[in-house]
Design a protein around this ligand. Sequence first.
Ligand code: ZN
Ligand code: ZN
Length: 233
Amino acid sequence: MPNSVKNTTFVSLLDLIAPHSCRGCGCLGNILCDRCKNNIISSHINICPICKTINPTGKCSRCSNFPPTFVVDEKSTLIGELLQTYKYQSVRALAKPLAEILFHILPQTPHKTQQIIVPLPTISKHIRERSFDHTYLIAKSLAKLSGPNCQVQKILLRNQNTVQVGADRNTRLIQAKSAYTISPHIDIDPNATYILLDDVWTTGASMQSAIKKLQQAGANNLKIAILALSRID
Ligand SMILES: [Zn+2]
Ligand SMILES: [Zn+2]
């Protein structure tokens, strides 16, 4: 039996035996209690993932060509632990609180503006292993919170099933360059606000490739949302 299946079964059994406990502080009740969730939101300091300077507005003055970017926190903090649990133990219940955190750190879009969340496509092998698409699930939850003018569109398609986990920086950069194409079934609305969503920024190669594709396709008003920033580079 593959490890992922064993883990999923184990967690499901645990959840049957014991009620949800907060993955931040252990208190019983929710998978992430309000106090831990609010701590993450209130301690949020927006850091540019490229030059690592603090930029509260999302728009980095040093990286002028880069779209406004919103990062919850570094991967070494609670947000990183939550993502590990969510992805590798398939704890789907974390999708909603993770989306709530993102909702609070993202700037409000004017009421009538059409808002489209674009999840960075997950490698199909990972979806099969985890039995769910982790980024898509967060995107769906975030769209629900954002109201009737917000929807999720799978605009980006992954060209090849190259696996990035463990790959070095150069390999990732080469893989990322040709990683995505725009879905032929979706028209880009030049007046809409697009939010490109990914869970972890490591080298940023995937995101930069995806940003380029979306901009070339006409997504002029683009924002980037990332849950955790990894400092390995
Ligand atoms: Zn807690
Ligand atoms: Zn910057």
